[in-house]
Design a protein around this ligand. Structure first.
Ligand code: HMG
Ligand code: MG
Length: 302
């Protein structure tokens, strides 16, 4: 069985970083991720640069993306869609949540307001890109940093509304990385009751170290697509206390050890994030990456 991994590092991994990262550095990491075998990459967001300055270079970055990747970008409103379309974006991600308190902080809208905006965005996108692809994120799928625990029924209500707007897949986000496998099992059973497994993706953050256990729980029920970020970079500026994403390095190690195919070269992946970690002055956030790097012979001349 082949596992689908969507690398969200260039978007989720970087959006929370305070230091300005040059576009050329972002392109270099994307190239290294592609070289490691990650072909689906969420490259950036066409959001307001006043809200997320780090990704303010989306329109400059997009035309520079290396050939060979399947790239997507977050779009929060019509202005973001116009910017994305003008540079040739073919795959967009709309992002709402199961909690009004979170969407208010994140996109300055209630969930219902966001669905109204995204209905229009999806319609115009389909006209401009009849063969384009739309992802719909449901953040705070387990818990909201402002409103507390979220009922799975509420998550499903929002997911089904997004599907009715015409999204191709749903990515369920554990935005603050608190979920446990039992909660994942409950939500997954509910999701797979009405959505085909190939249209369900999980987006785990790893604040409490439960992300891999959560992947295992979802996998057990037939979900085979997961978002992750090289070296576990990441976090949402509007989700205080959230740690990085599930590290792609940890996810790939786990999958391979379970006998599942990822098509990714773990050594190239472990090295791909080193330049950006060095730029940010950060240590790897992945145990698998640290273990692998520690097992490599020293480079000649080092
Ligand atoms: P707002 O302030 O209500 O919007 O923000 P506005 O329409 O009043 O616009 C304010 C200014 O921004 C205006 O400029 C607009 O032109 C400009 P001014 O007139 O002041 O000069 N503007 C834009 N500029 C460029 N591109 C745009 C755009 N829109 C407005 N698209 C808005 C509303 C949605 C724009 C804002 O809240 C926003 O950009 N939010 C994005 C927040 C974000 O990116 N969060 C992180 C991603 S979500 C996440 O991480 C979770 C996820 O990983 C899954 C999980 O973990 O659960 C996906
Ligand atoms: Mg996220």
């Amino acid at each position: 069985m082949k596992i689908r991994i969507v690398e969200v590092g260039p978007r989720d991994g970087l959006q929370n970083e305070a230091v300005a990262i040059p576009t050329s550095v972002k392109i270099a990491i994307i190239q290294a991720l592609l070289n490691a075998g990650l072909n689906e990459i969420e490259a950036t967001s066409f959001v307001s640069p006043k809200w997320v300055p780090q990704l303010g270079d989306a329109a400059e970055l997009w035309p520079e993306l290396p050939a060979g990747g399947i790239y997507s970008a977050l779009v929060p409103n019509m202005k973001g869609l116009e910017r994305a379309i003008s540079v040739g974006v073919e795959r967009i991600a709309l992002f709402t949540a199961a909690s009004d308190a979170f969407t208010q902080k994140n996109i300055n809208m209630t969930v219902d307001e966001s669905l109204e905006v995204f209905g229009e965005v999806a319609k115009v996108f389909r006209q401009a890109r009849p063969h384009g692809f739309i992802r719909g994120y449901v953040s705070t799928a387990f818990e909201c940093p402002y409103a507390g625990k979220i009922a799975p029924e509420r998550v499903m209500d929002v997911a089904e509304k997004l599907l009715r707007l015409g999204v191709d897949e749903i990515s369920l986000g554990d935005t603050i990385g608190v979920a446990s496998p039992n909660e994942v099992t409950t939500l997954t059973k509910m999701a797979l009751g009405s959505i085909a497994p190939e249209r369900v993706v999980y987006h785990f953050h790893d604040t409490y170290g439960t992300a891999i256990a959560n992947v295992a729980a979802a996998l057990e029920l037939g979900v085979t697509a997961f978002d992750s970020s090289a070296a576990g970079l990441g976090g949402c500026p509007y989700a205080p206390g959230a740690a990085g994403n599930l590290a792609t390095d940890d996810l790939v190690y786990f999958m391979e050890r379970q006998g599942l195919e990822t098509g990714i070269d773990r050594t190239k992946l472990a090295k791909a994030s080193l330049p950006i970690l060095e730029f940010l002055g950060r240590a790897p956030g992945s145990k698998a990456q640290l273990a692998l790097l520690g097992s490599l012979p020293p480079a000649v001349g080092a």
